[in-house]
Structures are given as C-alpha cells and as structure tokens.
Design a binder for this molecule. Structure first.
Ligand code: IPM
Ligand code: MG
Length: 376
C-alpha cells in the first residue's frame, strides 16, 4: 500500500525553524529542506519552514550572533534545524560576540542539556575509515554528551599577570545536571545493547569525581544496563583500538566535544554525522561538522550529516519513524551505488557535488515510492 494511504491518521503539521548559518551551512540546508519537502508530499504532512539569521551572518546583519527575533522563533518552533556557524571572517570578534558564543547562548536559552551524536559506520563506506577493516567493523556508538555545563558555561576571565596575562576558565557540575543527562544515557542504553561507558577524568578533576559517584548511584535503578567507567585518555585510546566494544558513551561537555570528532573520523568523514540537542522545549538538530569556509560556495560539501540530522528530527521530535527510514534507506542505496561527495570518494565511485547528491537522493526516494505504489 502507498505510504500516503495508510498513515492518514498520523498526518502532522509541524513548524520547523531553519538556521542555515555560515560557510557550507546554507548549501547543505537547501538540500535537507528539499528532502523534507519531498517527504511531506509523499506522506501527506504539512511542514512549514521559516529561516532566521544566526551565527556570523547574524553578526553581519544585526551585530549579534543570536538576535532576539531568532531566539523567539526557536522557542516557538516544533523543531530547529541548524547548518553550521563561524569562519575566519569573525575570528577577530571579541569572544563574547563570536558566532560560537551565539551557539552556546542558544543551547543555554533552550535548555539543551542532552547532545546525542550517533557514530555509525555505513557498510559501503567501510573503506574510508582510517582504521584497519577488522577494527572498523561494527561501529555503532551513541555518544551522549552533556551540553549545558562544564568549562563551556563557567566564567572566562583574562587578567594582568607579571609575566603578561592570566587566563582562567571555570567549570562546574551539580548533582542535578549530571543526573538528568545520565538518566537519558541509561534509558538509551536500555533500548540498545545495554552497555553504558561513562567517561571522566576522576583521577584529577573534582567535577569528574562527582560525575562518577552520581552515575554509579543511578546504575542501581537500571539493572539491565552494564555500566563501566573510563578515564578520558583511555577512552580516546580504546575508541581507536577497539571501537566495537562501545554501545552508549556518556560524557561531559568538553570531553564529548573532543571524543565525538574522533568518533566521526572513525566513520570515514565528519560530514556524515548528525546530532540532536534536547531539553525541556524544542530540540535542535545539526550536523556535527563546522562551517568549512574553504569549501563554501564550491558545491563540494557533503550534505549527509545535515540530511541525517533532518531524519533524526523526524524520528525523535515527530515520531515519524517510517518517513525517516524512507530517506535513510535511500541514502544507503546511494552509498552502495557509489554516489559520493568529494570527502567520501573512493576509486570506482562517482564523484558528485552537494546539489547533485541531493537530486540523486530525491530520485532514489521517489523511485522507492514508485516501487511501493506498483508493488514492484
Ligand atoms: C560542536 C562545536 C561547538 C562546541 C563549537 C562550535 C562551540 O565544536 O558542536 O561540537 O564546542 O560545542
Ligand atoms: Mg565540536
């Protein structure tokens, strides 16, 4: 049966706020929005898209990386899609007004304390992993990164010192901040293989000692989850030596920032990895890569991290699992057919630009729906 016929009871009307941002952000966002429009048409949903300035382009337009109007729109959204922000153009801007500070302010204002970053190795892309084939097989890790605390949100101070200057960044975690993100990670592990690795530096940091004690205490409520603790330095090594041992990894804001880039490299390209940030209100979805200013405007960006962020939104915020799978399976078929953007090209594959990747993906999606319609 055609999807449009058998989901008439679950037709959804959703308000999606788009923050394309800087660099390659607008290019990959255009592709993801086209894919979402195709999805809405196929399944009969109503998605509205409203675009707002955020990051460097917002600094240029308004002097602020997070204009009040952008924040208000995000707060009223059903979900938010973000491309990428930042670039050398704004490097000289004082820290408090940088595009990145706008991103942190947005995370704070929306209360986004959970950051889920799935690192999945797509089988046809296995050859792209820098790891030996035997080590790179079966990598499916869900990183749960705490997103609202740590040195990211403590005081940043610069003062005079006899040697020149002194820079200080203060970090803290409360029991409550650790509990709420850890509860999410335990619940996530329960829906997967039931293994949770908590990563800290409790041999040095007070924050990490509280982290480890709190996570250990919560484990009693989750008997089906096998919890282990790793120091962050060892975790970095284990991720490279034997990544298949991990199921869900829970870690603090700063360690999560670093380890998820490492994880993305294992999957073959940082351009492939999506993310979800959530809290009490609307969730925000963004690829984990940056704005890649040197690639911008050349039609060479990989839109997959953005597209998979959009499918995460369909699944996690709207409960549209079948729609997400329809798009994701088409992405997998493109990979299997050797259709690749420059960052993922290998001998024997076909190099396409960002726009063409999107067009071929749409063709693949509609051909799958035609097959369903004709029962082929
Ligand atoms: C990320 C980014 C951000 C972070 C930057 C842009 C502030 O690296 O989302 O991983 O450090 O959280
Ligand atoms: Mg990062």
């Amino acid at each position: 049966m055609a999807p449009a016929l058998d989901i008439t009871m679950t037709i959804q009307n959703k308000k999606i706020i788009l923050l394309p941002g800087d660099g390659i952000g607008p290019e990959i966002m255009r592709v993801a929005v086209r894919v979402l429009k195709e999805c809405a048409a196929e399944f009969g949903h109503q998605f509205s898209f409203d675009e707002f300035p955020f990051g460097g382009c917002a600094i240029d337009a308004t002097g602020e990386p997070l204009p009040a109007e952008t924040l208000a729109a995000c707060k009223a959204a059903d979900a938010i899609l973000l491309g990428a922000i930042g670039g050398p153009k704004w490097d000289a801007v004082p820290l408090a007004k940088r595009p990145e500070t706008g991103l942190l302010a947005l995370r704070k204002a929306l209360g986004l304390y959970i950051n889920l970053r799935p690192i999945d190795l797509h089988a046809p892309l296995r050859g792209l992993s820098p790891l030996r084939a035997d080590r790179a097989s079966d990598v499916h890790i869900d990183f749960v990164r705490e997103l609202a605390g740590d040195v990211y949100f403590g005081e940043h101070r610069l003062e005079a010192d006899p040697s020149g200057e002194r820079a200080t960044d203060a970090g803290s975690y409360t029991t409550g901040e650790i509990e709420r993100v850890a509860q999410y990670a335990f619940a996530r592990a329960e829906t997967r293989k039931g293994r949770l690795a908590s990563v800290d530096k409790s041999n040095v940091l007070a924050m990490s000692q509280l982290w480890r004690r709190t996570v250990t205490r919560l484990a009693a409520d989750h008997p089906r989850v096998k919890l282990e603790h790793l120091y962050v330095d060892n975790a970095a090594m284990q991720l490279v030596l034997a990544p298949a041992q991990f199921d869900v990894i829970l870690t603090s804001n700063m360690f999560g920032d670093i380890l998820t880039d490492l994880g993305a490299a294992l999957a073959g390209s940082i351009g492939l990895i999506p993310s979800m940030s959530c809290g009490p209100g609307p969730s925000l979805y963004e690829p984990i890569h940056g704005s890649a200013p040197t690639l911008a405007g050349k039609d060479v960006a990989n839109p997959v991290g953005m597209i998979l962020s959009a499918t995460m939104m369909l699944r996690e915020s709207f409960g549209l699992k079948r729609e997400a799978e329809w798009i994701e399976s088409a992405v997998d078929r493109l990979f299997a057919n050797g259709i690749r953007t420059p960052d993922t090209v290998e001998p024997g594959t076909t190099k396409v630009g960002c726009i063409e990747f999107g067009e071929r993906l749409q063709a693949e999606m509609t051909s799958a729906s035609k097959r369903q319609h004709t029962g082929a």
